[in-house]
Design a protein around this ligand. Structure first.
Ligand SMILES: Cc1ncc(COP(=O)(O)O)c(C=O)c1O
Length: 453
């Protein structure tokens, strides 16, 4: 249908489908060439357009910065716009964070965060520490390395021969905990799994643990099971000198109503990988931010980080990123997102009236709805039914963009819908999203009755 495109899983995946062609966006809306308006409940793909579409000042910044300088021979020079931005980014991070480096995508940020952790150990003489522990049903990026550290079985499957270099622990997924366990017991069993894994692998071989504070696309907005879980993870990482890397690509920059998602639980990692909302989608920008313990090892040994990309520390990215932080602070985006997030999650509970809605969950403006065949057993629908996709397509027809996902039960089965609207939305937008979801779920519930009978 589209002549020159390599259809990817994320860019117009259905070869036979005629996709609506978007031409512009404004605020929480995007518009196609026929003038049809869509409320972007996904914020790009996904959770990127946190501050909304079509902010005119950003055009000015592009114009000004590109007239000055867009790239530097970084091996021999620094740049004031980059220096000022990195200082601002470090200030934006929790106390104790000291240095930052920008790259282009979330995948780059996570991969470089892991390389930084690995090199940190190498410099310290921990030369056998190379393993990276991840969690099943997490997404950390689409390079072979980050797919391997991540735990999305569907996305890993094709590349299986290049995979399985690293251990994984369970995802800490309260809705699917064993029925006989209390939430507290379950939470403890999930954090204990990290310690057990480190001991089994041998602490002297483990470099880092990587996790999403709230599991986003892979599970559909699953927060930690309780208040203790992340504190336990912090304690265990410290105990074994395992570098704790928070993948805040999706949870950072106001998504949970705080600068970074972990701020919500008052837990500080050693390295943060940030992306998506860092530029609001106006530039391909991401960052690695490290605390002073990590930095000190490099400083004391006068060793540079062995990372390098043509567009690392881009002056243009720095100018845009700097604007985004100022804008978020001036417009009080975080407190608005926190308030709207509570309202949104409360309104989404209306969906429990449908037989196929098993769980409504999330944190801030990162919300998820899990769809089940049977609420009492929590069993999923057959994947061939493409349930979440059906709901997502209907919703687009009705002018609301959602983010359908699959594989939440075991990596292959299970349907969920993630909703990550721009953080600037208001009560009316929330009502539009939730009421459209009500209509779509009701219609699809009817439609599939015969198919699963
Ligand atoms: C938690 C998380 N980490 C990493 C990534 C990868 O980011 P990118 O697609 O920018 O490479 C994503 C993207 O969805 C993500 O959600």
């Amino acid at each position: 249908m589209i002549n020159s495109l390599i259809h990817s899983m994320i860019v117009c995946p259905d070869l036979d489908k005629q996709y609506a062609r978007l031409t512009h966006g404004k605020g929480v809306y995007v518009f196609d060439e026929t003038g049809k308006r869509y409320l972007d409940g996904a914020s790009g793909s996904a959770a990127v357009s946190n501050i909304g579409y079509g902010i005119p000042e950003i055009g000015e910044i592009f114009r000004e910065q590109s007239a000055k300088i867009v790239v530097t021979p970084a091996h021999g020079f620094s740049s004031p716009v980059v220096e000022a931005y990195l200082d601002k980014l470090v200030q934006f991070a929790p106390e104790g964070f000291k240095r930052a480096w920008t790259v282009m995508s979330g995948t780059d940020a996570v991969e470089n965060a892991i390389k930084l952790a690995y090199q940190y150990h190498q410099i310290k003489g921990n030369v056998e520490r190379y393993k990276v522990i991840g969690r099943w049903s997490s997404y950390h990026g689409n390079s072979i390395f980050t797919l391997d550290v991540g735990g999305m079985k569907l996305r890993r499957a094709t590349y299986e021969r290049w995979m399985n270099n690293f251990p994984h622990i369970p995802p800490a997924y309260a809705y699917r905990k064993p029925a006989e366990q209390s939430l507290e017991e379950y939470s403890k069993s999930c954090s204990d799994a990290l310690e057990k894994c480190i001991l089994e692998e041998g602490p002297e071989t483990v470099a880092a643990f990587v996790f999403e504070p709230v599991v986003a696309a892979a599970l559909g907005a699953v927060p930690p099971p309780d208040e203790k879980y992340l504190r336990e993870i912090r304690r265990i990482c410290t105990k074994y000198d395992v570098v704790m890397i928070a993948d805040e690509i999706l949870t950072g920059f106001g998504r949970l109503g705080e600068n970074f998602g972990l701020d919500r639980w008052n837990v500080k990692p050693d390295i943060i990988a940030a992306g998506k909302g860092i530029s609001g989608g106006y530039y391909p920008l991401s960052a690695v931010i490290a605390n002073s313990n990590i930095c000190k090892v490099f400083e004391d040994s006068k060793t540079p980080f062995l990372g390098g990309h043509t567009f690392a520390c881009s002056p243009l990215g720095a100018a845009i990123g700097s604007f985004v932080i100022d804008y978020m602070q001036d417009m009080k985006i975080n407190s608005h997102a926190a308030r709207m997030g509570e309202l949104f999650l409360g309104q989404l509970e209306r969906l429990y009236k449908y037989d196929i809605v098993g769980d409504v969950r999330g944190a801030g403006l990162l919300a998820g709805v899990e769809l089940v065949r049977d609420k009492s057993t929590r069993s999923p629908f057959p994947p061939a039914l493409t349930l979440s996709k059906r709901i997502g397509e209907r919703s687009i027809d009705k002018g609301v963009i959602l983010y359908p996902g699959k594989g939440s039960v075991n990596g292959y089965e299970g349907d969920h819908i993630m909703i990550t609207p721009p953080l600037i939305l208001d009560e009316d937008h929330i009502e539009t999203i939730v009421s459209t979801m009500e209509i779509c779920i009701e219609e699809v519930q009817e439609e599939i009755k015969e198919l699963v009978a």
